[in-house]
Design a protein around this ligand. Sequence first.
Ligand code: PLP
Length: 432
Amino acid sequence: MSTLAHCQELDSKDTLRPLKDQFSLPPGVIYLDGNSLGVLPRATAARVAEVVTQEWGVGLIRSWNTAGWFAMPQKAGNKIAKLIGANAGEVVATDTTSINLYKVLSAALNIAAADAPTRKLIVSERSNFPTDLYIAEALCQERGYTLKLLEPDEIAAALTADVAILMLTHVNYRTGSMHDMAAVTQAAHTAGILTVWDLAHSAGAVPVDVTAAEADFAIGCGYKYLNGGPGAPAFVWVNPKHAERFWQPLAGWWGHATPFAFTPDYRPAPGVNRYLCGTQPIINMAALDCGLDVFMTAEALGGMAALRTKSLALTDLFIALVEERCAGFGIGLATPMTHEQRGSQVCLTREHGAGLDGSSGAFAIVQALIARGVIGDYRAGDGKVHQDIMRFGFTPLYIGFEDVWHAVEHLRQVLLSEAWQRPEFNQKHAVT
Ligand SMILES: *Cc1c(COP(=O)(O)O)cnc(C)c1O
């Protein structure tokens, strides 16, 4: 049985606690949505102001050289590389996750078409993040491939001789369940299949080692656990053995070997640099860099391994407290209990019909929690296989054990008081 005092004691022993001071969190908020939009690092506002007023305002076009603007995708990329087990020079920060997926999936299809032209399937998970499925669907139409969608437990048996690419998100955005990247990649390779990994919910959240896993392509998001700000540049990693085999399809001038030679013909830059397309959003890039710098200071405190230990302790505590204190309200758990299969978020379900008008009530419960300053989010189910989800992300950089206690206490109060039934909490907005 956990107590508030026990949680406070855990906080007092937490060696990562000083990292919280690097973030600017509004008072009275317990922020459990860092898996969707990370928190503002304290350094960001001043740095962005400097980029705007000095580097842009005064330096003007000279800043491409003098302020290092031109090299920012590689500079940020090298910091991200450390978080995902890549080497320096193998990652660039650029564009969005969706766009980067289009680039790497196209390149993977080029390789597959050259090496294994009879393979015509891309396999993915039905509950993968929709944009990944949409991009794959568009490429399948363009190239004459078929997208095959499966449940996670069906994937191993589906790695057959007609599959070209296995495209998975490492940590599922709905359930928080995590694939064994090394084992899945090995099984795919044994079957002659290339792997494309989406690390949107992994980079900065769980230890990742794309090199050890011998993955083929990876992409990920800058505005979630990396705290790069809304619309922050995403990133791309390509296994060096594939990086120069083909052009990526968005062969813009930033991916040219000599962009300022202004030649009429395209010559791709070496390595992952060819995965750049056009001019980068420098202000956003500077903000992303501030988010990444927090991870660089976290290295001295044990880095991703220490963050992972704390993340699991936080999610374990949350699950235990919900089970203890919120029993009898139809709340279930969609996130695996096994540590090896869990990302840095916990997803709760609610029985269908337990809410108003036959709904699960999950949406309204999340709204009632937000009104109390506990910010999580809601993801609708399909009414069949996938249930409605209440999602709570635990970012060990700035979430403490006492926060977990209070979050569960608020959930308990919302359920006990039935406050979630109020009309204002049952009103849907554009962004959930
Ligand atoms: C958040 C997320 C994205 C977001 O894509 P954008 O292009 O940045 O909007 C893509 N894929 C996954 C798996 C995600 O979790």
